[in-house]
Design a protein around this ligand. Structure first.
Ligand SMILES: [Zn+2]
Length: 145
């Protein structure tokens, strides 16, 4: 069951190297606002969303949020559920909240990385609390429009 997921992850890392991490990430205002609202709504619990969009050669364009088809919040680490996400090319990553206030990805976050980008929004959930990371846990810049 985990095999497909692990294969997918390795594949993404290979692609990362080829394009030297220079993928441009664009996130729409609607998506940013949606992540902020969703995180606030579930505080003090962690919340997780799927990022939907388009992947191009040098750009990842994120323009929609999808609520995962399972319980999405609780006083537990939500990332283990990522193994249950379907493989879909429109799904470019996930966004989840850190009610603790730290924006850094945890070891579990990196072990359960899904797709190309992981967005972490930390308490108190303002625009500046929205951070994007690649599968190596390196923070990456994004454009908002
Ligand atoms: Zn996390």
């Amino acid at each position: 069951m985990d095999f497909n997921f692990n294969f997918f992850k390795r594949d993404e890392k290979t692609n990362d190297k080829k394009s030297s991490n220079k993928k441009l990430i664009t996130i729409t205002n609607n998506v940013i606002d949606g992540i902020i609202s969703y995180a606030k709504m579930h505080h003090p619990y962690e919340a997780i969303l799927i990022l939907e969009g388009k992947r191009k050669k040098s750009e990842i364009y994120i323009n929609n949020l999808v609520i995962p088809p399972f319980a999405v919040h609780g006083p537990f680490y939500s990332g283990f559920l990522i193994n249950e996400l379907p493989f879909d090319l429109r799904y470019v990553g996930t966004a989840h909240s850190h009610p603790s206030g730290t924006s850094r990805p945890s070891i579990e976050d990196l072990n359960h990385f899904y797709g190309l980008v992981s967005i972490i929004i930390c308490y108190p959930y303002n625009e500046m609390d929205v951070h994007a990371y690649n599968s190596n846990g390196k923070e990456i810049e994004y454009l908002r429009k």
